[in-house]
Design a protein around this ligand. Structure first.
Ligand code: GAR
Length: 209
């Protein structure tokens, strides 16, 4: 049976698009069954609807507390019976109970080489720190923000003259490679967690340089 994937977005949704496209092109044993946003204005909703994927909006602003938002979001997600929940530029902090509910089956991408630079403005902070390389990290979601067992990372050298926008664009291009590949490994059952670390069971490289 195909694995059921639910993707959460807050904006443009280019990572979501990359996952939807690779899933269809490469005939993964999976289906993206829903795309859920926390804002009706999230650009990616239009793409998802155009692909015939169910969409839903759970407005965080319509809920009086984080707990109430998380509970409603979980209710909507569970209606799609996902095997995997994919956070793709979903810019809300999720509470511990929510994270625990999807433990081991929720994955995120963050535009830095974690554990460096969790949170916002990662590229700006990396440039200010004089980093010579930046990148992106796909990880399983744990209660701590932008933390959790690392599935895959991409490494992007910093070039003279780079600013946060040029870096973000080059890192995003790598995100569109490592995120679909990581999700594919998950749905194909090729990720093993050992002592809190993720190993790709075919021995495939977990870094894109
Ligand atoms: C991506 O760069 C993703 O890594 C980042 O938001 C962007 C979403 O772009 N996520 C985070 O910062 C999560 N902490 P997209 O909507 O085009 O996929």
């Amino acid at each position: 049976m195909d694995k059921r994937i639910v993707i959460l977005i807050s904006g443009r949704g280019s990572n979501m698009e990359a996952i939807v496209q690779r899933c269809a092109e490469q005939r993964w044993p999976a289906q993206v069954v829903a795309v859920i946003a926390n804002k009706a204005s999230a650009g990616g909703l239009g793409f998802a609807a155009g692909q015939g994927i169910s969409t839903a909006v759970v407005e965080h602003k319509a809920h009086p507390s984080r707990e109430a938002f998380d509970a409603e979001l979980a209710r909507v997600i569970d209606g799609f019976q996902p095997d995997l929940v994919v956070l793709a530029g979903f810019m809300r902090i999720l509470g511990a109970a929510f994270v625990q509910r999807y433990e081991g089956r929720m994955i995120n991408i963050h535009p830095s080489l974690l554990p460096a630079f969790p949170g916002l403005h990662t590229h700006r902070r990396a440039l200010q720190a004089g980093c010579k390389a930046v990148g992106a990290t796909v990880h399983l979601v744990t209660a701590e923000l932008d933390h959790g067992p690392i599935v895959m990372q991409s490494v992007v050298p910093v070039r003279p003259g780079d600013d946060e926008h040029t870096l973000a664009a080059r890192v995003l291009a790598t995100e569109h490679v490592i995120y679909p590949l990581s999700v594919r490994w998950f749905v194909e059952g090729k990720l093993a967690i050992e002592d809190g670390l993720v190993r790709q069971t075919d021995g495939a490289s977990q870094v894109l340089m």
